[in-house]
Design a protein around this ligand. Structure first.
Ligand code: CO
Length: 308
């Protein structure tokens, strides 16, 4: 964990796109300068999501791919999933997917020299740290790429939250009255809590635009109790519930809107609150996909800067 925290701290200094440099890489490159100059650079984009095993949820990824390939049509596009659990589950179903390390290795072997790795995660949480760790390991190999940059997750700045709010207004039903709540359910991370800072900040900033937006998380903070208490305190009788997740997968369908007695919908209905779940992953929203594409743009720009 110390290592991950150190890496996160390092990445935070690099704003929209990080470009950490491994000393081993620099040394290797400087011994063969002619080779580096003569080879034309071949670039690729690696989109990295948590993953999903639900076929219906995949349309969020397909939409992001559509938006990204439209904006960066010249660049090779590949995918990786950070969740080993999902990759294993998909493999059993006959679908082969790759980890960040595996996907980078394939790109390297295919002659790619520069890669922009774009996170499709929501916060600077544990899954995003997995990307940094994998990329950093790769950077320190003697046979690494000329350059690898990382595009930041969805909610990485105040501007991102502003853009996110704009995107949200497109999916909140027009008939919603301002007295009705909008509950956004993120994943959260109860262990390290780093990613939860994003949800807390997003909740704060969104409330300045619309006081009845409530951010909650399945596994971190703010949690169910926090949201419930605030809904009750503000006498909210109707809510629209949306996943604050790229895909509407297991958590959205079960934890948020499922028929089980312990789903958010069931528990809030018991409090006398009318719940309207909107089972759409954020990735299905073009305006959200564009935020990821903006971050990718920054990572691609950093990829082609001559200075480190
Ligand atoms: Co989960």
């Amino acid at each position: 964990m110390f290592n991950k925290l150190t890496l996160l701290k390092k990445s935070l200094f690099l704003s929209a796109a990080s470009a950490l440099t491994c000393s081993a890489t620099v040394a290797a490159a400087s011994t063969t300068p002619d080779k580096v100059i003569k080879q034309p650079s071949k670039q690729a984009i690696l989109l990295v999501a948590f993953g999903t095993s639900q076929p219906g949820a995949k349309k969020a990824f397909e939409n992001i791919e559509k938006v990204v390939s439209k904006r960066f049509s010249e660049t090779t596009l590949r995918w990786a999933y950070t969740s080993a659990f999902i990759r294993k589950k998909l493999k059993k179903q006959g679908t082969v997917t790759y980890s960040v390390t595996e996907a980078l290795e394939q790109l390297r072997q295919s002659g790619v020299t520069k890669v922009a790795v774009q996170s499709l995660h929501i916060s600077l949480g544990a899954e995003f740290l997995e990307i940094i760790t994998a990329v950093e390991r790769f950077r320190c190999r003697p046979d690494t790429f000329e350059k690898i940059t990382i595009g930041m997750p969805l909610l990485n700045s105040q501007t991102d939250i502003d853009k996110f709010y704009q995107a949200l207004t497109k999916v909140i039903p027009a008939e919603r009255k301002s007295t009705a709540g909008v509950v956004l359910l993120g994943h959260g991370n109860g262990h390290s809590g780093i990613g939860d800072m994003t949800y807390i900040a997003t909740d704060y900033k969104l409330k300045q635009k619309d006081k009845n937006i409530y951010v909650g998380t399945v596994e971190g903070k703010p949690n169910f109790e926090d949201v419930k208490q605030r809904l009750i305190a503000n006498k909210i009788k109707t809510i629209y519930m949306l996943p604050l997740m790229v895909v509407a997968g297991d958590h959205a369908n079960n934890d948020m809107a499922g028929p089980e007695a312990d789903s958010w919908k069931s528990l809030l209905t018991k409090q006398g609150i009318k719940c309207y779940p909107i089972l759409k992953g954020l990735g299905e929203n073009d305006a959200i996909a564009e935020i990821f594409a903006d971050h990718l743009q920054a990572a691609l720009t950093a990829l082609n800067e001559t200075k480190h």
